[in-house]
Design a protein around this ligand. Structure first.
Ligand code: GLP
Length: 238
């Protein structure tokens, strides 16, 4: 299957890492859009190990957050806290450029992030997880491929997912790079693991291209790469 890589058991993080390093190979100062969530943890750990053993060097990478929760910046479940834990720990990693959910003017803050990505030359790589409802970053169902960087109301399933960490304080809104910026990346890497993601992965890869499943639009990116474990790929068929 073109563009789909199935990780061997226990090898999800390394397979994601191989896809990422291949995508930035030969690029002097790659601009990378970084995800949070459970899915990319194994990737960040593999990247950290690769930097420490000299296989990778992220010191020239320019990292951007792809989204953020509409909650306090200092909350331990914010994406900011996630990056502090998993990205900033990598030797040589540059600070992640991030949304400010406490900005007095959220629209202006989204414009700042969007313009910064454009000024950097656009994303070389959009690294993405996939939500249970097919969202990419916080581009929830209903998002067109032309949707822009903006504040969004989160769908119930995203609020419920967020509650696993945030509890009752799970934010009802978020900010996200638009699908227009994410899908324009030279390489779009969508990662998914676990049986719970099998149905939405099958919808994204086998179903219609539709705003009902924003991840389906990743198929139309210039160079889409899907990294799946066997459980997430289990409903794809042959
Ligand atoms: C979150 C984020 C997405 C992430 C997705 C999947 O809410 N906004 O960027 O990719 O949901 O999360 P997880 O990897 O924990 O399943």
């Amino acid at each position: 299957m073109d563009g789909v890589r199935i990780a061997a058991p226990g090898d999800f993080g390394r397979t994601c890492l191989d896809a990422l390093l291949a995508a930035v190979e030969g690029i002097a100062r790659p601009v990378v859009g970084l995800p949070t969530g459970n899915t990319p943890v194994a990737l960040y750990e593999a990247l950290d190990a690769a930097v420490r053993n000299g296989r990778a060097d992220v010191s020239s990478w320019r990292p951007f957050a792809i989204d953020e929760y509409g909650g306090p910046r200092s909350h331990p479940c914010s994406n900011r806290a996630f990056f502090a834990r998993y990205w900033d720990a990598i030797p040589g990693a540059q600070p992640v450029e991030q949304f400010d959910p406490e900005a007095s003017d959220t629209t202006a803050d989204c414009r700042r992030m969007d313009e910064s990505v454009v000024r950097a030359g656009g994303l070389e790589v959009a690294l993405l997880g996939i939500g249970m409802n097919g969202h990419l970053a916080f581009n929830e169902p209903g998002s067109a491929p032309t949707s822009q960087t903006r504040r969004v109301d989160l769908h119930q399933s995203s609020i419920v997912s967020g509650a696993h960490c945030w509890g009752e304080a799970s934010p009802h809104w978020g900010v996200t790079l638009g699908l227009d910026r994410l899908l324009a990346a030279r390489t779009v890497i969508v990662m998914a693991n676990g049986e719970a993601k099998a149905a939405i992965v099958a919808a994204a890869l086998r179903g219609p291209l539709t705003p009902d499943c924003p991840a389906s639009f990743a198929r139309d990116a210039a160079r889409p790469v899907w990294v799946l474990d066997e459980a997430a790929a289990s409903l794809l068929g042959g």
